[in-house]
Design a protein around this ligand. Structure first.
Ligand SMILES: *Cc1c(COP(=O)(O)O)cnc(C)c1O
Length: 236
């Protein structure tokens, strides 16, 4: 093992233990909560370390960087690749052809392109709608109030599978504000699941929570934690 490999293994076991504990302490089944290891800016060798320690879901933020890693690791066919970054429409084809999930969908125009560009030999692309839950001008995502209409419009895209919602709440250390944002996401998610059960039977994903707020996100029904620094260490 190289000097840098041990921490990734240790980080993964620590995070899994924390997830387990957080789930149990709020009465949830730990199997309902998935870990997405966010490998942006990290080398392929780090992804391999995580893979050797059982990690299969990886998240990338930049189209070109993600593509290069997917190609470098193409022999590992059980890796599930998630795109979680902002997407310009001229890059949508790369996502449609190479990724398994897209978490940051917030424009119907992009949805249409992804739908048209998804190769027929691949399963439908799993998508989450990004919600700008704190209405920040700096953030991508649709407003919570637009969600129902957006999901209605998604019906025509048979090459996309509507899997759920994703959010990046405003950066704050104020626990009450964090709780309030997570709680709004939780109710929106539950409402969408109810309203669209017939149309989107696989709408089961709330992509919410990062290294700093994992346990709290689990308390508010997150089913997928996107953890970067917690797994791979700080990004320099
Ligand atoms: C970088 C990133 C993460 C991971 O953040 P950490 O604080 O390193 O865990 C999660 N989600 C998105 C959208 C990101 O860009």
């Amino acid at each position: 093992m190289t000097a840098s490999s041990a921490p990734i293994a240790e980080n993964l076991s620590r995070i899994r233990a924390q997830m387990q504990q957080a789930a149990v302490s709020c009465g949830r089944n730990p199997n309902d909560i998935h870990l997405l290891a966010v490998s942006k800016t990290k080398p392929v060798s780090d992804i391999l370390q995580a893979y050797e320690n059982g990690q299969r879901h990886f998240g990338e933020n930049y189209v070109q960087e993600g593509l290069e890693k997917i190609q470098a690791l193409s022999q590992f066919s059980d890796i599930v690749w998630h795109y979680i970054g902002p997407l310009q429409s001229n890059k949508s084809k790369i996502i449609a052809e190479n990724f398994d999930w897209m978490h940051s969908l917030d424009r119907i125009k992009i949805a249409k392109r992804l739908n048209d560009q998804r190769p027929s030999e691949l399963a439908p692309l799993n998508v989450c709608i990004q919600i700008n839950i704190d209405d920040e001008s700096s953030k991508s995502g649709i407003q919570a109030s637009e969600t129902k209409d957006f999901l209605e419009q998604m019906r025509e895209f048979s090459r996309l599978s509507c899997r759920g919602l994703m959010t990046i709440p405003s950066a704050t250390k104020d626990i009450n504000q964090q709780r309030a944002s997570f709680e709004r996401m939780q109710s929106l998610f539950v409402k969408c699941q109810e309203d669209f059960k017939q149309i989107y039977p696989d709408f089961d994903t709330l992509s919410m929570g990062m290294s700093a707020d994992m346990a709290l996100a689990i308390e508010y029904s997150s089913t997928m934690l996107r953890v970067g620094t917690g797994v791979f260490g700080s990004r320099t």
